[in-house]
Design a binder for this molecule. Sequence first.
Ligand code: BGC
Length: 848
Amino acid sequence: MKLRKRGYVGTTSTVMSQREKDNAILAREAAAEGFVLLKNEAQTLPLKPGTKIGLYGAGAVRTIKGGTGSGDVNNRYNVNIYDGLKNAGYEITSVEWLEGYDRGYLAARESWKAEIFRKLTEECNGNFFEAYSTTPFSMPAGAAIDEAAAKKDGAEIAMYVLARIAGENADRRDEAGDYYITEEERAQIAALCEAYEKVILVVNTGGLIDLAFTDEFPNITAVLQFVQAGQEGGNALADVISGKVTPSGKLVDSWALDYMDYPNAAYFSHKSGDVYREEYREGIYVGYRYFDTFDVPVRYSFGYGLSYTEFDLKVTGISKQISAQGKPTLSVSVDVINTGAAYSGKEVVQVYVSCPQGKLPKEFRRLAAFGKTKLLAPGETQSLTLSMDLYQLASYSEEQAAWLLETGTYGIWVGNALSTAALCGTFVLDETKVLVQCEHICPLKESLEELQPDKAKLEEKQTAWLRKAEERKLPKVQISAKELPTETVVYEKLQDQYPGRAGEIVDQLSTEELIALAIGDPAKDQGASALGSAGQTVPGAAAETVTVAEKAPYYVASIVLADGPAGLRLRSEYQVREDGSIDGGDFLDGFENGYFAEPKESKGIVYHQYCTAIPVGTLLAQSWNLELMHTLGRMIAGEMNEFEVTLWLAPGMNIHRNPLCGRNFEYYSEDPLLAGSMAAAMTQGVQSIPGCGTTIKHFACNNQEDNRMGSDSILSERTLREIYLKGFETAIRSAQPMAMMTSYNLINGVHAANNYDICTKAARDEWGFAGAIMTDWTTTTDSTAGECTAAGCMKAGNDMVMPGDMRDHASIRQALKDGTLDIRELKRCVYHTIKIILQSNQYEDVKS
Ligand code: BGC
């Protein structure tokens, strides 16, 4: 194998490259495809270009492109909503207010920066990240809006952009300025509603916020869920506002009427007053599984989103097929007709299934399949066939340690939202069947009382739809349990040797070399690890692996890992000194595009590394478009190749368990099938380019950010498997990501990074994961609860300790000496790592 020769990555040219231009187009398309139109009354939208708009609100000029922390991308430019609307030909009448806003914003940022530096020295012991992440920037509201002046400005309509910032290491608060609007914002909205007949509300927030105020202001005739849309957000918004693009996004979360309606609202994270223990008392009833089962009304349901046109969905058949592997699958065929007269559009078809309420209580419905149409012209029809994997309908029995499909009738519901899904057929399973026989994992160490639905009520609901199915003579498919194979998992035994070239190399390496390969390159971590920019070869990358085995006869390349998920996170520029060495600057240079860094004097030649900021995970998922995810993945891999990155530390796919999780914007959804499918499509896209891979993260139960390195997620095995592992399982089974990253938290008392049950038993033995697992950054050195060690990672089958610290070497060395770590455990981990390195883009001759 021939190692690729590394050069300086990036370019000395300041001119925007063709790649940047092409990818900007895609970022714009992706954003427009994901916006969800929540409300559109009085024919507010679309709005003709040329219309005069009174534009207000924090996100108008300071449109937030994405969240903070490792998921932030240091890109070249951002198109804000103000510019986007102007580019599309709208006339903005509120320029004075917007300019005033910008001045206030800049001043507020400066005070915020000063506060961070004060905290850094006075409270945070020099830990910049701690000072930064615990001091979230609160967007100023801007000046009060003068109603009379607004009335006179000649605008026909107003747009108000509500904006919120969030990021890793801190959860959000259910307080004014975060989950709720402030008094100043309320007064501004009230003034606009007095002055204008119609107000468009644009929600530029990473996570959900309270929308109850929209009920008080009937003049808010349109609401658009913009989330955080990447560098082309403003242009993409204009595309949708103008009708150039018909909105087709659908919600990926249930939008409650009130924060307290979320089942874990009272005790989530800081709300319980204890950030060390997080009891998942709501069990499997997360998101719509809760609202739908317990009949709690929501503002907007899971899967909901409006269009400018209308669609008719006609179910044309439900059928059973036997797959190539001999497994039966069910398909629902649906004709989607654009019945509108004026606009072309796309529609998302969603299939939900009601599983029988048997021995195991279950949610009323769960998402079982979905698909999106192409762009349909008025009158045009497309037939979609949506296949359901029956395994996705199984429930986990703790009693039997098995995935079961229970006997009975299953209801199939089809619609363009959960709230509108209609019963359209059933299938009947004659006997209960064990689909997978497992062993227990992650046992609870204490008793946990989980929320239980009222069985009688659920049975009543079941009887009602069963009756409906009979009366309407809906199609019914029979499935015999005999047709379904049972898989019994064979759990790992430690091996003495491993196959292939990676196995041979592992056999020949010395113990010290093995230890080195189990850990990221500490020489490259110049104190920047906490900010995820410990890489030096490619400045701003999160880390890189060691060079110890790069030489003959091994040729094990050192590979570079860089963050995501909203693009590729690198430093936007660095310098090459006269002697040829790289000056990547310090970690502050890689943070918020250098906003906190001192201005740099020139030391040599400046190289630029501009990557594309795509929409955040939630917005991407709102597209429900797997093909688009694949295309974006390919696009990212193109940038990875250009900048010589092998592993993208993305996508993030934790479950949206509560809207206050500070990192929800990076993640896809409250539903594991949707999250898993999105991650799979993204992975397939990235990995369609030879040598590039994804790193799905954070495995698992990283659902809170306050005390994320010390919080213990306490949950039942069933909940863990059905909700929090399911997405990872789906992504692994269908796309084999090259890597996976464990989370910081503990699961039932055991650190995820040191957790044999999830890393080895679940991921490898049950799902067949063939890639490498790595820790999240500094997990082993910075945990705030219990011990989490590098040796513990090796025992668990967590292959790479990142970003690398000499203490990790000592931990493994000591454990080998004590005999608490078997050399075969270390070899197994290094084997996994070398195996993926040998497939990396660091070889001239790598093939997919
Ligand atoms: C984050 C990860 C990220 C890593 C490297 C951590 O703080 O939790 O998501 O990939 O840093 O930057």
